[in-house]
Design a protein around this ligand. Structure first.
Ligand code: ATP
Ligand code: MG
Length: 578
């Protein structure tokens, strides 16, 4: 366990004193920073767009789109509001009603953002899907969410939707943004004919707004419902966990197909009146460093997988670029190894700030804040307004473990604005998450004496070996310290004497060969760092580790493959093992 501390001397941060803010924080004060609509109504799109236009900021860039060839197009707040109005008018003209679900199957193109906001304005529910999904995952998600309309491209429609369309009985309208295919409606003429003004639907705070499917890291993805009230958490966390300020250039690299790309790739930046960078292209080291430097990104929110790929490319990849505008960098989605935090501090002069949350929590719950010291490897402290605990569950009783570094399930006191309101059609599973006054996250963690939280692993991933409880993250982080290691996934395999043994799958940095000597060296390094009981007994080299589309290592798949078990739901699998 790292005991290092990166001291922070912030001249100015939105939250300059964590403890003071925690003591005085009240969600109703946070809500009062938003406009709301008459008679207690609330609509995310109003807070994201119309509020700023009405306040005279219509000409500020809201979205800066960089297409695959590198061309930039700016959309102002007024542009986005007008386009969203047109889309809302189109939906109403086609008979969509409040609560109907609109699916987006698009790459990172402006139409996706317009559709999401227009859907919310219309009082409908938006469900974004990764454009790289195949027909089956699309079909399953549209059936579960009873898709009423879909917005996509003719190419994606023909390749992925046409063959399954008839099985989604609720699906009446398919809009295509690039002309029409057989069975779809060309959206452009409808948008052109529609009025660019629209009275935003008078939605209630508890009306459904977003449907997100979880990443599928542990099994079949769940359909998580969020309501308009969630915007209070998006706005607040954007301000105090990401330190977003009006006018900031902000880059969230997540695709809206994953909850981060919506909560923090659409809503939080807009409610905080930032200019969002949206890059159509996939990850590329040179391109990313170019965007960071030429666009003058102030706040950057990304994920450990991408950070590890940047580390793998080495400092040379940065070349002569500099990042004088960069002020805050954050990471989410997977544990961020201490090594990555230290690397970022050396490379950018500031650390990545890890934060923790889930599709179910709708927004950031635990974070490293701008004006707080960072302990590399820790997820930070609970958001003001959030009560977290480390708990032990026994039957229907949940007991809080208060001793420093006691390992238990990470739990939250329910009631924050962006808490999920349902797992769609899985009531029993939803209710199981709440017990004895706690929301149970399914993740294991520890809290140190200073109140910092440390991720151990998912409850399913915990390894029990010869009387030791071993979290995969601890072992992975130790191996990540080795100069040859680019990425690593650790699992427990059944063993007659030890119960389980620790096995690590390692992807190497360029220039390192997967030799027996290296294997021994890695085991030796891990033993020195962790002791022989915790260090891996076996190491296998891989070109790549299997990951979800949201970039998470699928340890359950490593295990299933190793043991010859069924692979289960792999609808979100992205890069496969080779
Ligand atoms: P599924 O629930 O379908 O198996 P998933 O849990 O990966 O998929 P998400 O909601 O996208 O779906 O991811 C949330 C999970 O990601 C968390 O429960 C946690 O396990 C992991 N996670 C997110 N942020 C962090 C972090 N900063 N450190 C460690 N783990 C994190
Ligand atoms: Mg989960």
């Amino acid at each position: 366990m790292s005991v290092q501390r990166i001291r922070k001397v912030m001249t100015r941060a939105n939250m300059s004193d964590y403890d003071a803010m925690r003591d005085s924080f009240d969600w109703s004060d946070a809500q009062a920073l938003l406009d709301g609509l008459p008679d207690g109504h609330l609509n995310i799109a109003h807070e994201a767009l119309d509020r700023h236009v009405a306040a005279g900021h219509g000409e500020q860039a809201a979205l800066r789109w960089i297409d695959k060839s590198g061309n930039r197009t700016d959309y102002t707040y007024a542009d986005l509001a007008q386009q969203a109005n047109r889309f809302a008018n189109v939906l109403h003209a086609r008979g969509l009603q409040k609560g109907d679900t609109v699916y987006g199957l698009l790459g990172r193109v402006p139409e996706l953002y317009i559709a999401a906001l227009g859907t919310l304005k219309a009082g409908c529910v938006f469900c974004p899907l990764f454009s790289a999904f195949g027909p089956e995952p699309i079909q399953a998600r549209m059936q579960i969410g009873e898709a009423r309309a879909l917005i996509t491209t003719t190419r994606l429609y023909k390749r992925k939707v046409a063959s399954i369309r008839d099985t989604v009985e609720t699906l009446k309208d398919v809009f295509t943004i690039d002309g029409a295919a057989e069975g779809t409606t060309d959206l452009a003429p409808l948008m052109a004919a529609a009025s660019d003004s629209f009275t935003t639907a008078q939605t209630l705070p508890e009306d459904p707004a977003l449907l997100h499917f979880t990443s599928g890291t542990t099994g079949k993805p769940k359909g998580v419902v969020h309501v308009h009230q969630a915007v209070v958490a998006h706005d607040t966390t954007g301000r105090i966990a990401l330190d977003l300020r009006a006018g900031d250039i902000y880059w969230c690299t997540a695709d809206p197909g994953w909850v981060t790309g919506t909560s923090y790739g659409i809503i939080a930046p807009l409610t905080n009146r930032a200019t969002m960078i949206v890059d159509e292209a996939e990850f590329d080291v040179t391109r990313w460093y170019d965007i960071l430097s030429t666009e003058g990104v102030n706040v950057w929110y990304t994920a450990p997988t991408a950070i590890r790929m940047l580390m793998k490319a080495g400092a040379d990849a940065i070349g002569v670029r500099s990042f004088p505008d960069l002020r805050f960098m954050a990471s989410v989605g997977e544990p961020l190894n201490p090594e990555a935090v230290i690397w970022s501090n050396d490379t950018f002069g500031m650390p990545f700030h890890d934060n923790w949350w889930q599709t179910e929590t709708g927004g950031i719950m635990i974070a490293n804040y701008a004006a707080m010291d960072v302990k590399p490897g820790s997820m930070g402290k609970p958001l003001p307004g959030i009560t977290a605990g480390i708990v032990e569950v026994s039957g229907n009783t949940v007991t809080e473990l208060t001793a420093p570094m006691a390992m238990g399930e990470l739990a939250l006191r329910p009631g924050w604005p962006s808490m999920m309101r349902a797992y769609l059609h899985e009531e029993a599973r939803y209710l199981k998450c709440f017990k004895d006054g706690w929301y149970l996250s399914g993740d294991l963690a520890m809290r140190d004496a200073d109140g910092y939280y440390w991720f151990v692993g998912r409850a399913d991933d915990l390894i029990k070996s010869a009387g030791h409880l071993i979290g995969p993250f601890e072992v992975e982080s130790a191996l990540m310290e080795h100069e040859a290691v680019a990425e690593v996934g650790v699992i427990g395999l059944p063993d007659e004497t030890a119960g389980q043994i620790v096995k690590a799958y390692v992807a190497l940095k360029p220039g390192y060969a997967p030799t027996d000597d290296l294997r021994l060296d890695l085991i030796g390094h891990a033993r020195k760092r962790l002791g022989p009981a915790v260090a891996p007994k076996e190491i296998a080299f891989r070109q790549n580790l299997p990951k979800t589309r949201s970039g998470k290592i699928m340890r359950r798949l490593l295990k299933a493959r190793e043991m010859g078990l069924p692979e289960g739901d792999i609808s979100t699998l992205e890069s496969d093992e080779t």
